[in-house]
Design a protein around this ligand. Structure first.
Ligand code: GLN
Length: 285
């Protein structure tokens, strides 16, 4: 079968299975499973694929048709223009989260050699993007999941960052006293879906780890706990920044206020949804 026919066949099958961006996804699958690049695909679209290549695309298309995420089939996804390895057990980086990175970088701009913590780091996409943009920073990336942690480690290596310290730990566990006042910036994209909403998620998201998504009853559990436990780890004047769910900005802002933070700010994502909430630690916390 030629590349062109394979893409056409995969597109048709994906369309029939209800996949919206069928043509784009078909190209992604053929490109990655047959180890081609975009240019080769376009220039040699009449090239014949091997039987193994055809079989691997066909089985991936079948799996994708059940809702299994494209990103897990490809094994890689881009975030902030950087490559990340992904697979079952780790949350797929979302474009929305780039707003959190932008805002953290803006806050860090005047700080020389900033000390940063990324809590609930997952694939490490936030930590890696920050570390790459600010090679003078030191970033501690904390992740508890047995399944996600190896991805964090791999993505640090893949992106050749030498200023990230991965830590396998529960952000709600004990915090070492030595971390008091240690950080200029703390960022986090914690689990924030309400438990009752978990089963209503898009079918693709149901294949992602629920530990990365489930924010308990009201979806705000991790914001409350992380804020309370980690606020003293910020330097006075240090900034805590969260990614929040589409309707959570006001509630998370209230949690920051209750914890003594000031200068609370909200920033929108590219869809105009308040996606980032930040606050400054006062010296009196
Ligand atoms: N943005 C993710 C989603 O909508 C949720 C990520 C999270 O809970 N931190 O599926």
């Amino acid at each position: 079968m030629t590349i062109k026919t394979m893409i056409q066949q995969a597109t048709n099958e994906l369309l029939a299975a209800g996949v919206e961006a069928a043509a784009t996804e078909a190209r992604f699958l053929v490109e990655s499973l047959c180890a081609l690049d975009r240019k080769q695909m376009l220039m040699h679209s009449n090239m014949i694929l091997t039987d193994e290549e055809v079989a691997s695309v066909e089985s991936a298309v079948k799996k994708r048709g059940t809702g299994y995420p494209l990103q897990y089939l490809i094994g890689r996804w881009e975030f902030y223009g950087l490559p990340f390895e992904v697979g079952e057990g780790v949350l797929i980086p979302r474009a929305d989260t780039e707003a959190l990175v932008d805002e953290a970088l803006a806050v860090m701009e005047p700080i020389v050699k900033p000390a940063v913590a990324d809590l609930c780091s997952g694939s490490g996409c936030i930590a890696v993007a920050i570390a790459r943009k600010r090679p003078d920073s030191r970033v501690m990336a904390v992740e508890v999941s047995q399944e996600a942690y190896p991805y964090l480690e791999k993505n640090i290596v893949l992106n050749k960052t030498d200023n990230i310290a991965p830590v396998k730990a529960d952000v709600l566990g004990g915090i070492s006293l030595s971390m008091a006042g240690a950080f200029d910036v703390i960022v986090s994209n914690p689990p924030y879906i309400k438990t009752d909403d978990m089963e209503k998620l898009q079918r693709e998201v149901l294949f992602e780890p629920s530990v990365a998504l489930d924010g308990r009853k009201d979806g705000l559990y991790y914001y409350r706990e992380i804020t309370r436990r980690w606020k003293q780890c910020l330097k006075p004047g240090g900034v805590l920044l969260y990614e929040v769910g589409y309707d959570q900005a006001d509630e998370v802002a209230a949690i920051l206020l209750q914890n003594g933070f000031e200068d609370i700010r909200k920033k929108n994502d590219l869809n105009g949804i308040a996606r980032v909430v930040s606050g400054v630690r006062t010296s009196s916390l």
